[in-house]
Design a protein around this ligand. Structure first.
Ligand code: HEM
Length: 428
């Protein structure tokens, strides 16, 4: 601010000199925090940070607990969104142009091939990592009360992720894409009564052609990403509302649960804890002598996230430099490859379809998805939460692990051990 004695030229000079700091301070209202109060205030007032809790339990930051898999899924999605938008500048969803545009990416667009590699490998990575994240949640019993609904949201996220990857598979319009989607959508056609209708709605026709390409494109670039972002937002919001990530019961909390119903004078019954922003479950924001096993989100959580981000981006960059995304011959509807294979994550189903069209195409996948949705409502026990493979959960973990291994075995058989006419071949 200029004083009345300052000359106009001095005022202009001061304004100019203070311009950078004034702009900076108008955006970042708080200085870099150095006290606990400032750390809390930074998380609380910053638009991008306020999705984070002010404090997190130490267990949340243990890499061996979450393995960072949920975060890696988020970052892979971010890479996919950025590279996907850049690819949209070149791609045309037309059966006469799509393949040529792929060749252009290889030949004429600067970094085009690299962009496509990043998009392709992140997409495969995301399918695998989201699946592993689900396994982590199951094996730590983190789907139990009060996180049942977040598990359900997770199952929806898994399905949307699979569908996003599947719709993207068709877009290069090469032999691999065309026949994988032909096989994949014919699996949907095995559903009783409505199978053919579902297939028709998906393809916009009776076979894979221009209508299917346009539908898959719109689903892939607009409908499904929007749905995924919405589901993710609710998923993260629920994590906060459920009192942060699951964690093992601490001795102190156990003691609290065993406390008599009418505590003696001076003994705090710690079942309900009140914090500045209302109620929270568990000893996060605390009053009184609640044992506090939490640390500030800034900088602890933020640094952990930054580390996972850098790791994810680095791995994708290295993989994209080392391996090219496949591009086969342009579509030839008269010459199906033998065997024509679905995308790898559906190869387990394709393998099952070779034994029974109904059970492989609809019966078993339908049952699996229904079971996944119902898991937290069937398993109502509350013990063994927050620990990997807790012995109290031996039965549930054994059943889940068996199904996961079976799924992987079928995928491996479909990928490596099936040759022409789906006969058994040795990959060696
Ligand atoms: C696009 C897919 C997904 C994204 C981006 C995502 C993201 C996340 C993140 C960042 C976390 C916290 C950190 C962590 O646990 O690693 C989390 C926790 C959680 N996720 Fe997911 N998730 C996805 C899919 C799923 C799936 C498929 C399931 C289960 C079917 C699931 C169920 C849960 C549950 C129950 C929690 C809380 C875990 C706990 O309290 O320990 N999520 N998710």
């Amino acid at each position: 601010m200029s004083t009345p004695t300052e000359t106009p030229s001095r005022t202009a000079l001061t304004t100019l000199r203070e311009l950078p700091s004034n702009v900076w301070n108008s955006i970042f209202r708080n200085p870099l925090p150095s006290t606990d109060l400032e750390r809390a205030s930074t998380s609380f007032t910053n638009f991008f940070l306020h999705i984070h809790p002010v404090k997190v339990n130490r267990n949340t930051l243990r890499p061996v607990y979450t393995l960072g898999l949920g975060l890696i899924s988020v970052f892979l999605f971010l890479i996919l969104a950025v590279t996907g938008v850049l690819l949209m500048f070149y791609y045309v969803p037309s059966t006469t142009q799509a393949y040529d545009r792929m060749l252009d990416l290889r030949g004429t667009v600067a970094f085009g091939i690299f962009l496509r590699n990043m998009h392709r490998w992140s997409a495969h990575g995301m399918v695998a990592i989201v699946f592993l994240h689900m396994c982590r949640v199951f094996f730590t019993g983190a789907y139990k009360k009060p996180r049942e609904f977040n598990w359900v949201l997770g199952v929806l996220l898994l399905l949307v992720t699979l569908f996003l990857s599947f719709t993207g598979y068709l877009l290069p319009w090469d032999q691999l894409a065309f026949w994988a989607i032909t096989v994949g959508t014919s699996i949907a056609g095995y559903a009783p009564l409505v199978g053919k209708q579902i297939q028709f709605v998906l393809l916009g026709d009776t076979t894979v052609g221009q209508e299917a390409l346009l539908r898959f494109y719109v689903l892939h670039v607009a409908v499904l990403p929007t749905l995924l972002v919405l589901l993710m937002a609710v998923h993260f919001w629920r994590i906060r509302k459920d009192g942060g990530l699951s964690r093992p019961e601490k001795a102190a909390e156990k003691a609290v649960d065993k406390a008599p119903a009418a505590p003696e004078a001076g003994v705090v019954k710690l079942k309900k804890v009140y914090g500045l922003q209302g109620f929270v479950r568990g000893p996060f924001t605390k009053v009184g002598n609640v044992p506090d096993d939490s640390v500030y989100g800034w900088p602890n959580l933020l640094m952990a996230e930054l580390f996972v981000f850098v790791l994810t981006v680095s791995v994708i960059l290295v993989v994209s430099l080392a391996f090219g995304a496949p591009l086969e011959q342009p579509v030839n509807v008269m010459h199906p490859p033998n065997p024509a294979k679905a995308p790898w994550y559906f190869l387990g189903l394709q393998e099952l379809v070779s034994y029974s069209a109904f059970w492989g195409g609809i019966g078993i996948p339908g049952l699996m998805v229904a079971m996944l949705f119902l898991v937290p409502y069937i398993d109502r026990t509350t013990h063994g939460v927050g620990r990997w493979f807790a012995k109290e959960r031996l039965l549930a973990n054994t059943i889940f692990l068996t199904l996961v291994i079976l799924n992987i075995i079928f995928i491996v058989i479909g990928t490596f051990f099936r040759g022409p006419n789906w006969t058994f071949v040795s990959p060696f």
